[in-house]
Design a protein around this ligand. Sequence first.
Ligand SMILES: [Zn+2]
Length: 83
Amino acid sequence: MKESKDAMVARVRKQLLEKLRVSYGIKTVDAMLASAISDGSCPSICVMCREYTADYEPDCVEGYCEECETNTVASCLILAGII
Ligand SMILES: [Zn+2]
């Protein structure tokens, strides 16, 4: 059976969160989310190239990616579905 779109989105989001966690050198995804909530600036990753990371606002869904030169960077809190 074909994977549902929701399942695919959830899987990709998980992969992006894991990439962010590794690139920020944080032990767990939960720790990354907790510090993002308390800091107000969130580790964020480009959903297109999946390479570019930067700190953006917690509700960022269209941050600028310097690699793709498009507004495709989403914050970890968005990716985790927290906000
Ligand atoms: Zn990009």
